[in-house]
Design a binder for this molecule. Structure first.
Ligand code: SF4
Ligand code: SF4
Length: 287
């Protein structure tokens, strides 16, 4: 079972939930791997406290143009959806903007003059950590200055073992990295907070998941700090409320120093297992 932890915006407590969820599942005897797909700023290992076991660079294949063969026809630029090819035919100038290239290979296919070959560039790493309890964390980390984390996320998700539970800590927002990360999920837990901003971003995430035909439920963090609009929305949309995390300074204090809250809050293990059991029962009822 693959469970993604996501949110429409950053700072809602996604990593707090993902790391504690994995911690409790592991403690209860489930082999649960955590995949940190927040590749622009992965931070799950601060809480996981794992030792690096393996590290692999992620390569992206980008085009190289042979200007001796190029006829400046512009076909490659027309095929490129990412504006990664700059061409001025009248000046006989063509450049690859590597920062914008997604390595899709469409330009190579488009060029009938054999003017394009490819080279690989390093865009990040996938690191595997193991902690003192034997749990595993896979971390996607993109290089500073790289435009898109999608390729690094794809590489990290290759580590998913279908015989185990995988917790995917998805990047915030609802753009390509979010879609890529929740793609393999059987269930998505959306973390939100009961504020107008939180609700607005939650709605966007829900609409995206509807298009992707995913099963999902919601965890409300900082419950009690905002208003009741999020609760009304969940009721109206018939979206399961899986858990509430109270607005509690002691939780923030533990999180701020990299501690696992479930180790200190005696009710957390049971609450997190209830979330897991609810997801399982929702999965069974939808089959
Ligand atoms: S398609 Fe090939 S020949 Fe045409 S502009 Fe691009 S690289 Fe040059
Ligand atoms: S590989 Fe794809 S994204 Fe990169 S320049 Fe070619 S068409 Fe554009």
């Amino acid at each position: 079972m693959n469970i993604a932890i996501a949110s429409g915006k950053g700072g809602t407590g996604k990593t707090l939930f993902a790391t504690n969820f994995q911690y409790v599942l592991h403690q209860q005897g489930f082999a649960a791997t955590l995949v940190d797909c927040d590749a622009e700023e992965p931070n799950a290992n601060i809480f996981f406290k794992g030792k690096l076991k393996h590290q692999k660079n992620t390569q992206l294949w980008v085009p190289v143009i042979d200007e001796k063969k190029c006829t400046y026809c512009g076909l490659c630029s027309d095929y490129c959806n990412y504006n990664a090819l700059f061409i001025l035919p009248e000046r006989k100038t063509i450049k690859v903007l590597e920062d914008l290239c997604h390595g899709c290979g469409a330009c190579l296919y488009a060029c009938t003059d054999n003017a394009i070959t490819e080279k690989s560039i390093n865009i990040g790493q996938v690191c595997t950590y193991i902690n003192s309890k034997g749990a595993i964390l896979i971390e996607a980390k993109m290089k500073v200055g790289v435009h898109s984390p999608v390729q690094v996320i794809k590489e990290a998700l290759k580590a998913i073992d279908s015989d185990k539970i995988t917790i995917i800590d998805a990047p915030p927002g609802t753009s390509c990295p979010f879609v890529q990360s929740v793609g393999p999920a059987d269930f998505v837990i959306l973390i939100t907070e009961p504020t107008p901003f939180g609700l607005s971003d939650l709605k966007q995430a829900v609409e995206t998941l509807k298009i992707m035909d995913k099963n999902y439920g919601v965890v409300i963090n900082r419950a009690g700090a905002g208003n009741r609009e999020t609760y009304s929305y969940l009721e109206h949309e018939d979206i399961p409320l899986l858990m509430e995390i109270p607005f509690d300074k002691s939780i923030a204090a533990r999180y701020a120093v990299g501690q696992m809250v479930a180790q200190y809050k005696s009710d957390w293990p049971q609450k997190l297992m209830n979330v897991f059991n609810t997801i399982k029962s929702l999965g069974n009822s939808s089959n």
